[in-house]
Ligand binder design. Structure first.
Ligand code: NAD
Length: 468
């Protein structure tokens, strides 16, 4: 996808160059890190509706300094090579930043999933998987796709199943993709992970009063007015958690067919159900066809969670949000970033903000190659040990623990508890290192450049130790 002035890939590359200048790495290594190692285009036929349809798919491998490489597969009629390469490069930087031990990759199928029946999509997905498998572009050891725009648990399940059919002897076969349903080797908490990560990232940002004040805000998330673009997997979960658990107010939601505005706070579950039932936001209370005015409305936090390039040099000046957290990949172009930075808007960049997805994918992959659920060995041991301690305390003080508390204290962690704990840790630490970097040197203009610098430094170190 390209915007009027600047392609997605060139925008990411300009962000990379700005950070690489500050890191000061040699030109030859800079070039090696920046370019995609390979991008595979496949055109394959599937006979459907009495006709042979030719589909175009991509899988780009940006960097193999760590393997397997990792990154989602999106189904979108607008996907092209530029977009896939930009997304693959962001995956490299994202994994380095949050210390997920992967190189970066990304894939796409040029398709509008709404135009096909589920059984047709399944055949198309299985054929695409065969094409990827032929070239080791899906494999637990080399390349591990995940869901992205237009794909989810269902598509990952078809892919894993097809891979298992092709390679029945691969003991780690379920680790060939992440984002699978739990019944097919998935992990609890993966579906919500990217949205949950957005919530954790914002909570950590609000624990840094200097950063929040920079954007003209103070206090906590409670009562903050939020606008969300795209109520799909990422946008829905982020909006739901922030409104239900942190008492933020979702005042605007933009979708493909218009927007919904409600100053009292939109019922996210109600709207989500309406979209599911009717295919869009039209007809919901507070509906307006004028999405553009919602994009430009006064709010504390804007969460773009749909697609890239939605804030460009053309509209950045009109954006009034004080914080933008990039749930989507590449929603703010390089030029727009400069304009918003001058307006003191705090942009929490994609390569950190939406890393919750790959983080929990990493946990899922570890679960698959470890062949055991997290917490299985420890849970009851923890329960017994804590109960022993509780009994000893009760005996010593001659009083009983209050019942509700007792149950919570002795209960060992479930897989979901551990996944959320791991994700929270990654998101907190991630914010701390980029904020600290930003504050450490006044030549570093923003959180994005700081995040990119940390990623580049880690990849450089990895190349140094590769000895090439
Ligand atoms: P999704 O397909 O579940 O949701 C996308 C939503 O955006 C849909 O509801 C769609 O109708 C809406 N949308 C599309 N075009 C729009 C437009 N022009 N205006 C307003 N709304 C529009 O996709 P997703 O998985 O939630 O991914 C969204 C973004 O988050 C993408 O940029 C993706 O790369 C990024 N991301 C996703 C994950 C993940 O785990 N799914 C992880 C990291 C980053």
């Amino acid at each position: 996808m390209t915007t009027q002035n600047e392609s997605f890939l060139s925008s990411v590359e300009r962000m990379f160059d700005q950070a690489a200048d500050l890191v000061g790495i040699p030109d030859d290594l800079r070039h090696k890190i920046k370019v995609a190692n390979s991008t595979y285009t496949v055109r394959f036929g599937v006979r459907l509706r009495n006709k042979l349809y030719t589909f175009v798919g991509y899988r780009s491998v940006h960097s193999e300094h760590r393997e397997p490489v990792k990154g989602g597969i999106r189904y979108s009629p607008h996907a092209d090579q530029d977009e896939v390469e930009a997304l693959a490069s962001l995956m490299t930087y994202k994994c380095a930043l949050v210390e997920a031990p992967f190189g970066g990759s990304k894939g796409a199928l040029v398709i509008d999933p709404n135009e096909w029946e589920p059984h047709e999509l399944e055949r198309i997905t299985r054929r695409f998987t065969q094409e990827l498998a032929k070239r080791s572009l899906i494999s637990p050891a080399q390349n591990v796709p995940a869901p992205d725009m237009g794909t989810g648990e269902r598509e990952m399940s078809w892919m894993a199943d097809e891979y298992k059919r092709l390679y029945p002897n691969d003991l780690n076969g379920w680790g060939c993709v992440t984002g699978k349903p739990v019944s097919k080797g998935g992990i609890r908490g993966r579906v919500e992970a990217t949205g949950r990560g957005i919530q954790y990232a914002l909570k950590e940002a609000f624990r840094h009063p200097d950063d929040i004040e920079h954007a003209g805000l103070s206090g906590t998330l409670e009562g903050k007015r939020i606008v969300v673009q795209g109520l799909g997997n990422v946008g829905y979960h982020a909006a739901q958690f922030l409104s239900q658990e942190d008492d933020a107010i979702i005042v605007g939601v933009m979708e493909r067919d218009g927007a919904v505005v409600d100053e009292a706070g939109i019922d996210i579950d109600g709207l989500h159900k309406h979209i599911h039932d009717t295919g869009g936001v039209k007809g919901y209370q507070g509906y307006t066809p004028d999405s553009d005015s919602v994009l430009k409305m006064d709010c504390d936090i804007f969460i773009p969670a749909a697609m890239e390039g939605v804030i460009s040099a053309d509209n950045a000046d009109a954006i009034k949000a004080k914080i933008i957290i990039e749930a989507a990949n590449g929603p703010v172009t390089f030029s727009a970033n400069e304009i918003l930075r001058d307006k003191k808007c705090l942009i929490i960049p994609d390569l950190y903000a939406n890393a919750g997805g790959v983080t929990v994918s990493y946990f899922e992959w570890v679960k698959n190659i470890g062949h055991i659920r997290f917490g299985r060995m420890q849970r009851r041991q923890h329960e017994r040990q804590t109960l022993d301690m509780v009994n000893a305390i009760e005996e010593m003080v001659g009083k009983k623990f209050p019942k509700g508390h007792l149950e919570r204290i002795i209960e060992g962690p479930t897989e979901l508890d551990l996944v959320r704990s791991g994700l929270d840790d990654v998101m907190r630490e991630g914010y701390q290192v980029i904020s600290e970097k930003w504050r450490s040197d006044n030549r570093i203009p923003d959180l994005r450049t700081a995040a990119m610098m940390i990623a580049i430094e880690r990849i450089r170190d990895s190349y140094d130790s590769l000895g090439i």
